[in-house]
Design a protein around this ligand. Structure first.
Ligand code: GDP
Ligand code: IMO
Ligand code: MG
Length: 421
């Protein structure tokens, strides 16, 4: 039995899906544990590009089981769309997708409130408007609807009525939007039940049983450590724990089940939405990274802010998650950058900070070191040895700064452009 957690170490979009797809070759079960359709996970396989929002990124490997865990918030319409799209592309996944009966449901009012709040906020977050924050809030307020509720009509009606008593007032009075009728929500959930009833189960039990039988499990994080509601750059974060704690809560597994924790990091840094980003490059280099790395959001299409690799951000991710190794993606994008900067620490005035601060990250100045770049196209390299010397130096510098081994190197979006260091 193995249970490997795959976790984003920056502000999301590190290439988690690509690495999940790679690891799936040696796994039996792949589990999404938090977040919702705010995630955009891209896999490029056999020349085709697939973007997953809710379905785990291992789904393209026939015979592998994919689980949507209890910690995920499910947009039922988006999930059905995703299942249908995969069917059109030749993947019938009805026998391979399992959905937790205790995952919470995103109801259309969550998306309305997400948008309404974002419009009213003086300090914008730049959310994906997928209803994530309002849905997790309702979970905590005990106003949420859960997947398993759809099997008991009387109970479901009581739950919807209870929620609408608050939501319709809120929509009408705070956001000047129209409220919802109970039947609209029931209709939506009926469609969901018709399509997915055979997939819904107690996934906590399923996962524990599978591990007891010796199965190999991959836990697929969404977002990244710096977007974690507790350990990220609050309030510019998402509304779930994208770090290792979320992997336990969002699956029901315990700390002793986890065998390793692989951090995914881009060879530079990006961020979508608002919030501090010390190593951001707003000049030509940042533009070059955006253009070469095709840095546009997989969910919203927004241009991603780009900047340099940040060792302090990664040290924070290593500590919080107990990373056992690192997968470094998008190394190919750095080719042609003459001098590559790396932020090796932060200072405020003349004072060097000793650890990643929990506030005022917008006031720190990064301390940079510069490494010589390389011009060769490395996208067809298949081993560490075959990389140009300066690319090897760059990777060694990262390993040494973090005291963490780089286990996987990615040099292109395709499945094949991946090798073990
Ligand atoms: P995720 O949310 O962490 O799964 O990452 P996204 O899918 O949002 O963004 C990563 C983007 O980079 C996708 O378009 C991937 O196809 C692409 N990608 C992943 N690894 C590499 C790589 O090594 N090189 C290049 N050029 N693109 C990559
Ligand atoms: P993946 O899994 C990058 C960002 C949003 C916004 C903040 C809050 O593809 O890496 P939310 O809609 O979650 O309330 O938005 O979090 N964000 C992401 N940024 N990648 C993601 O997911 C993200 N999911 C949310 O842009 O700044
Ligand atoms: Mg993404």
């Amino acid at each position: 039995m193995t249970c490997t957690a795959i976790i984003g170490t920056q502000w999301g979009d590190e290439g988690k899906a690509k690495i999940i797809d790679y690891y799936t070759q040696d796994a039996d079960i792949i589990v999404r544990y938090q977040g919702g359709a705010n995630a955009g996970h891209t896999v490029v396989a056999e020349g085709n590009k697939y973007i997953f929002h809710l379905i785990p990124s291992g789904i393209l490997h026939k015979g592998k089981i994919c689980v949507i865990g209890n910690g995920v918030v499910i947009d039922t319409t988006k999930l059905i769309e995703e299942i249908d799209l995969l069917k059109d592309q030749g993947y019938d996944i009805s026998e391979r997708l399992i959905i937790s009966d205790s995952a919470h449901l995103i109801i259309p009012y969550h998306k309305d409130i997400d948008e309404g709040m974002e419009n009213l906020r003086s300090q914008k977050i730049g959310t994906t408007k997928r209803g994530i924050g309002p849905c997790y809030s309702d979970k905590c307020l005990r106003l949420g609807l859960r997947v398993g509720d759809i099997f008991d009509r009387e109970y479901l009606i009581t739950r919807i009525k209870g929620a609408l008593a608050f939501k319709n007032r809120q929509l009408e009075r705070v956001y000047s939007k129209s409220g919802y009728k109970i039947d609209e929500i029931i209709d939506m959930l009926d469609k969901f039940r018709e399509r997915t009833h055979s997939m819904i189960t107690n996934t906590q039990n399923y996962l524990h049983n599978s591990l007891e039988k010796g199965k190999r499990v991959l836990l697929e994080g969404a977002q990244g450590n710096a977007l974690d509601i507790d350990h990220g750059t609050y309030p510019f974060v998402t509304s779930s724990n994208s770090s290792i704690g979320g992997a336990l809560i969002g699956t029901g597994l315990n700390p002793f089940c986890i065998t390793d924790v692989v951090g995914i990091a881009k060879a530079y840094t990006t961020r979508v939405g608002e919030g501090p980003f010390p190593s951001e490059d707003k000049g030509e280099d940042g533009d070059l990274l955006r253009e070469k790395g095709a840095e546009f959001g997989a969910t919203t299409g927004r241009p991603r802010r780009c900047g340099w690799f940040d060792v302090e951000l990664l040290k924070h991710a290593k500590r919080i998650n107990g990373l056992t190794s690192l997968a470094l993606t998008k190394m190919d994008v750095l080719a042609g950058v003459e001098k590559i900067k790396i932020a090796v620490g932060y200072k405020v005035g003349n004072r060097r900070l000793e650890y990643f601060p929990s506030k005022m990250l917008d006031r720190v100045d990064p301390i940079y070191e510069e490494l010589n770049g390389w011009n060769e196209d490395i996208s067809s390299c298949k081993s560490f040895k075959s990389l140009p010397e300066n690319a090897r130096r760059y990777i060694n510098f990262i390993e040494n700064s973090l005291s963490l081994k780089v286990s996987i190197i990615s040099v292109g979006a395709e499945r094949e452009s991946t090798f073990v260091k």
